[in-house]
Ligand binder design. Structure first.
Ligand code: AMP
Ligand code: ZN
Length: 113
């Protein structure tokens, strides 16, 4: 999608600080970090949000989670991190391209705000 920010990051048109990439998944540092470690994990292929996923996206969704676990291990935060997706405006979604936030490096409150 030409005017999607994260599609443009995935294509390299917009720079990002990449921490992980494979043919299906890209992960990069959040521009406005909410924790000492704040990574965004996205599918390269555009999906608006988790509720836009179809049964045939099951493998891709699995790859996103496995990438998150690998990134957490690589960054040595595997013992304490949070993985969240904001699905819809009311939940705080501001970019309409599926992304998971990986947050770590500070005490994470529960329930989240
Ligand atoms: P959400 O509010 O869940 O849709 O998350 C969008 C995230 O994208 C926010 O945490 C922003 O800080 C982050 N963000 C926006 N623009 C960029 C960018 N150009 N590079 C990296 N992160 C970005
Ligand atoms: Zn997109």
């Amino acid at each position: 999608m030409a005017n999607c920010l994260f599609c443009r990051i995935a294509s390299g048109e917009i720079n990002s600080r990449i921490v992980y990439e494979d043919p299906d998944v890209l992960a990069f540092m959040d521009l406005n970090p909410q924790a000492p470690t704040h990574i965004l994990i996205i599918p390269r292929r555009h999906l608006d949000r988790l509720t836009s996923a179809a049964p045939e996206d099951a493998e891709l969704l699995g790859k996103l989670q496995l990438a998150a676990a690998k990134i957490a291990a690589d960054l040595k935060v595997e013992g304490a991190f949070r993985l969240v997706t904001n699905n819809g405006r009311g939940a705080g979604q501001s970019v309409d391209h599926l992304h998971y936030h990986l947050l770590a490096g500070r005490k994470l409150m529960w329930p989240p705000g």
